[in-house]
Write a protein that binds this ligand. Structure first.
Ligand code: CA
Ligand code: CA
Length: 183
Protein backbone atom coordinates (compact mmCIF):
# COMPACT_ATOMS: atom_id res chain seq x y z
CA UNK A 1 0.00 0.00 0.00
CA UNK A 2 1.32 3.45 -0.92
CA UNK A 3 0.34 6.54 1.05
CA UNK A 4 0.63 10.01 -0.33
CA UNK A 5 -0.02 13.24 1.50
CA UNK A 6 -1.27 15.47 -1.30
CA UNK A 7 -2.34 18.53 0.63
CA UNK A 8 -0.98 19.95 3.89
CA UNK A 9 -4.32 21.33 4.94
CA UNK A 10 -7.27 19.15 4.15
CA UNK A 11 -7.06 15.78 2.51
CA UNK A 12 -5.18 12.54 2.75
CA UNK A 13 -5.22 10.31 -0.34
CA UNK A 14 -4.57 6.64 0.20
CA UNK A 15 -3.82 4.61 -2.89
CA UNK A 16 -4.05 0.85 -2.60
CA UNK A 17 -3.26 -1.88 -5.04
CA UNK A 18 -5.86 -4.54 -4.54
CA UNK A 19 -5.47 -8.02 -5.97
CA UNK A 20 -8.79 -9.49 -7.00
CA UNK A 21 -10.09 -12.31 -9.16
CA UNK A 22 -9.93 -10.11 -12.25
CA UNK A 23 -6.35 -8.99 -11.61
CA UNK A 24 -4.90 -5.98 -9.87
CA UNK A 25 -6.85 -2.73 -9.59
CA UNK A 26 -5.89 0.60 -8.15
CA UNK A 27 -8.23 1.97 -5.51
CA UNK A 28 -7.99 5.44 -4.13
CA UNK A 29 -9.76 6.74 -1.07
CA UNK A 30 -9.81 10.28 0.25
CA UNK A 31 -10.05 11.04 3.96
CA UNK A 32 -10.14 14.17 6.01
CA UNK A 33 -6.91 14.55 7.95
CA UNK A 34 -7.77 13.91 11.56
CA UNK A 35 -8.12 16.75 14.02
CA UNK A 36 -4.82 16.08 15.76
CA UNK A 37 -2.91 16.33 12.49
CA UNK A 38 -4.61 19.60 11.68
CA UNK A 39 -3.70 20.95 15.12
CA UNK A 40 -0.05 20.02 14.68
CA UNK A 41 0.06 21.63 11.25
CA UNK A 42 -1.55 24.77 12.66
CA UNK A 43 1.01 24.97 15.45
CA UNK A 44 3.97 24.48 13.16
CA UNK A 45 2.89 27.21 10.76
CA UNK A 46 1.96 29.83 13.35
CA UNK A 47 4.17 29.89 16.41
CA UNK A 48 7.48 31.76 16.72
CA UNK A 49 9.53 29.18 18.59
CA UNK A 50 12.40 31.65 19.05
CA UNK A 51 10.19 33.73 21.35
CA UNK A 52 7.90 31.17 22.96
CA UNK A 53 7.82 27.85 24.72
CA UNK A 54 4.77 25.85 23.67
CA UNK A 55 2.56 23.71 25.90
CA UNK A 56 0.92 20.41 25.17
CA UNK A 57 -2.48 20.57 23.51
CA UNK A 58 -5.27 21.23 26.01
CA UNK A 59 -8.90 21.23 24.84
CA UNK A 60 -8.17 22.31 21.24
CA UNK A 61 -5.72 25.03 22.25
CA UNK A 62 -2.12 25.46 23.26
CA UNK A 63 -0.43 27.96 25.55
CA UNK A 64 2.75 29.89 24.84
CA UNK A 65 5.17 31.07 27.51
CA UNK A 66 7.40 33.99 26.56
CA UNK A 67 11.09 33.09 26.80
CA UNK A 68 12.30 36.56 27.72
CA UNK A 69 11.76 38.18 31.14
CA UNK A 70 10.69 41.79 30.59
CA UNK A 71 8.51 44.52 32.16
CA UNK A 72 4.90 43.46 31.61
CA UNK A 73 3.02 45.64 29.12
CA UNK A 74 -0.49 44.30 28.88
CA UNK A 75 -1.31 46.08 25.63
CA UNK A 76 1.90 45.18 23.79
CA UNK A 77 2.05 41.65 25.17
CA UNK A 78 -1.55 40.96 24.16
CA UNK A 79 -0.73 42.31 20.68
CA UNK A 80 2.26 39.94 20.57
CA UNK A 81 -0.07 37.05 21.43
CA UNK A 82 -2.40 38.16 18.61
CA UNK A 83 0.47 37.84 16.13
CA UNK A 84 0.74 34.19 17.24
CA UNK A 85 -2.97 33.61 16.65
CA UNK A 86 -4.25 34.10 20.20
CA UNK A 87 -4.45 36.47 23.16
CA UNK A 88 -3.14 36.90 26.69
CA UNK A 89 -4.13 33.97 28.88
CA UNK A 90 -7.77 33.92 30.03
CA UNK A 91 -8.27 31.45 32.88
CA UNK A 92 -11.90 30.34 32.73
CA UNK A 93 -11.97 27.70 35.49
CA UNK A 94 -9.72 25.85 37.92
CA UNK A 95 -8.96 23.05 35.48
CA UNK A 96 -7.42 25.60 33.12
CA UNK A 97 -5.84 27.28 36.14
CA UNK A 98 -4.10 24.00 37.03
CA UNK A 99 -3.02 23.20 33.46
CA UNK A 100 -1.53 26.65 32.89
CA UNK A 101 0.10 26.63 36.34
CA UNK A 102 1.83 23.34 35.50
CA UNK A 103 3.10 24.87 32.27
CA UNK A 104 4.06 28.20 33.91
CA UNK A 105 6.21 26.62 36.59
CA UNK A 106 8.22 24.80 33.91
CA UNK A 107 9.16 28.03 32.10
CA UNK A 108 11.79 28.88 34.68
CA UNK A 109 13.85 32.00 35.34
CA UNK A 110 10.99 34.10 36.74
CA UNK A 111 8.73 34.36 39.81
CA UNK A 112 5.77 35.65 37.80
CA UNK A 113 3.98 34.50 34.65
CA UNK A 114 1.40 37.10 33.67
CA UNK A 115 -2.15 36.43 32.49
CA UNK A 116 -4.62 38.76 30.79
CA UNK A 117 -6.79 39.28 33.90
CA UNK A 118 -6.59 42.72 35.51
CA UNK A 119 -8.56 45.25 37.57
CA UNK A 120 -6.98 48.35 36.06
CA UNK A 121 -10.31 50.00 35.17
CA UNK A 122 -12.18 49.22 38.39
CA UNK A 123 -10.42 48.11 41.56
CA UNK A 124 -11.49 44.64 42.66
CA UNK A 125 -13.30 43.82 39.41
CA UNK A 126 -10.99 41.56 37.41
CA UNK A 127 -11.64 41.29 33.67
CA UNK A 128 -9.73 39.72 30.80
CA UNK A 129 -7.82 42.28 28.75
CA UNK A 130 -8.58 40.77 25.35
CA UNK A 131 -12.19 39.58 25.56
CA UNK A 132 -13.25 42.12 28.24
CA UNK A 133 -15.12 39.25 29.95
CA UNK A 134 -15.08 39.10 33.75
CA UNK A 135 -12.74 36.66 35.48
CA UNK A 136 -15.11 33.91 36.73
CA UNK A 137 -15.59 34.18 40.48
CA UNK A 138 -14.91 30.47 41.02
CA UNK A 139 -11.30 30.73 39.78
CA UNK A 140 -9.23 30.17 42.93
CA UNK A 141 -6.54 32.66 43.95
CA UNK A 142 -3.86 32.05 46.55
CA UNK A 143 -5.07 32.63 50.13
CA UNK A 144 -5.44 36.36 50.91
CA UNK A 145 -5.12 37.30 47.24
CA UNK A 146 -5.91 39.48 45.42
CA UNK A 147 -4.85 41.99 48.07
CA UNK A 148 -3.97 45.06 45.96
CA UNK A 149 -0.88 45.48 48.14
CA UNK A 150 0.27 49.08 48.31
CA UNK A 151 -2.84 50.05 46.35
CA UNK A 152 -0.92 49.21 43.21
CA UNK A 153 -1.57 45.57 42.23
CA UNK A 154 -3.85 45.25 39.22
CA UNK A 155 -2.48 42.38 37.11
CA UNK A 156 -3.03 38.67 37.76
CA UNK A 157 -0.06 36.31 37.56
CA UNK A 158 0.85 32.73 38.30
CA UNK A 159 3.15 33.30 41.32
CA UNK A 160 5.67 30.53 40.81
CA UNK A 161 7.28 30.27 44.29
CA UNK A 162 3.85 30.19 45.97
CA UNK A 163 2.04 27.96 43.50
CA UNK A 164 -1.03 30.01 42.64
CA UNK A 165 -2.65 33.22 41.49
CA UNK A 166 -1.68 36.65 42.84
CA UNK A 167 -2.16 40.27 41.83
CA UNK A 168 1.01 42.30 41.31
CA UNK A 169 1.94 45.72 39.89
CA UNK A 170 1.33 45.66 36.14
CA UNK A 171 4.84 46.83 35.22
CA UNK A 172 6.91 44.18 37.02
CA UNK A 173 9.39 42.04 35.12
CA UNK A 174 7.62 38.82 34.14
CA UNK A 175 7.16 36.20 31.52
CA UNK A 176 3.66 36.17 30.05
CA UNK A 177 1.41 33.46 28.69
CA UNK A 178 -0.63 33.44 25.50
CA UNK A 179 -3.64 31.23 24.83
CA UNK A 180 -3.91 30.00 21.25
CA UNK A 181 -7.16 28.41 20.04
CA UNK A 182 -6.45 25.91 17.28
CA UNK A 183 -9.89 25.21 15.84
CA1 CA B 1 -5.97 45.79 42.20
CA1 CA C 1 -1.14 40.60 45.61
Amino acid sequence: MARLLVSPSTLLVVASVVAGSSGCVLETKVYDIDVRTRLILAIQTTIDLNKYEISAIYKDRVYLGSKQVAPFNIQQDDAACVTQGGYLLEIDNNEENKFTWDFAQRLGNTDYVATGANDIDQEGKFVFYHSKKPLPSNVTWLPNQPDDAGGNEDCMVHWIPRGGLNDIPCNLRVKYMCEIPLL
